[in-house]
Write a protein that binds this ligand. Structure first.
Ligand code: FES
Length: 179
């Protein structure tokens, strides 16, 4: 089989059209523009895509047994997922629980049955050590300090054996750092 190229189809190196420096720069600029616009288009698709607006399903998570948490004591737990701190508090009229990331800048809040010396004036409040935010343990509302909104309150269920479960949230408050 003859694989030689006929003479008339052969072109010398001088006949092959050369790309000018300007053409090369145009090509590079065009490629750069495509690479820049591609992620922007993907980002726009992500931002403009319709969002799921249905109710969020939260897990049912056992926190403790009621007989293990005396009145005026609190228990730290994680809800609705690992590494998300929450606090269960046994008040004189029952149990309450809150997301325990401060709504100001996300520090972890604590229920203090006695005031932290030099920081707090009142006992039995939810306290944020970062900037002195104070929350009402009955409602989660802000009593003082910079937090802009209440702590999200966790819905609880207690079964016949006294086991306390977190099941979802009351209201529709955003979780700090997740909304
Ligand atoms: S982070 Fe809680 S008061 Fe600032």
């Amino acid at each position: 089989m003859n694989t030689t190229v006929p003479d008339k189809e052969r072109r010398s190196a001088s006949e092959i059209p050369k790309l000018s420096r300007r053409d090369v720069l145009k090509g590079v600029a065009l490629l750069g523009a495509v690479l820049l616009l591609l992620p922007a288009e993907k980002l726009a698709q992500f931002l403009l895509a319709p969002r799921e607006t249905g109710p969020v399903a939260y897990p049912r998570t056992r926190i403790a047994n009621s007989k293990d948490v005396p009145v005026n004591e609190s228990v730290l737990f994680e809800y609705p997922h690992k590494d998300r701190p929450a606090v269960l508090i046994h008040l004189s009229d029952g149990f309450v629980a809150y997301d325990s990331m401060c709504t100001h800048l996300g520090c972890q809040v604590h229920y203090d049955k006695v005031p932290v010396l030099g920081w707090e004036n009142n006992s039995q409040q939810i306290f944020c050590p970062c900037h002195g935010g104070v929350f009402d343990p009955k409602t989660g509302s802000v009593l003082s300090g910079p937090p802009p909104r209440p702590l999200p309150k966790i819905k609880l269920e207690i079964d016949g054996q006294g086991d306390i479960y977190a099941v979802s949230y009351e209201g529709n408050l955003p979780l700090y750092g997740e909304s």
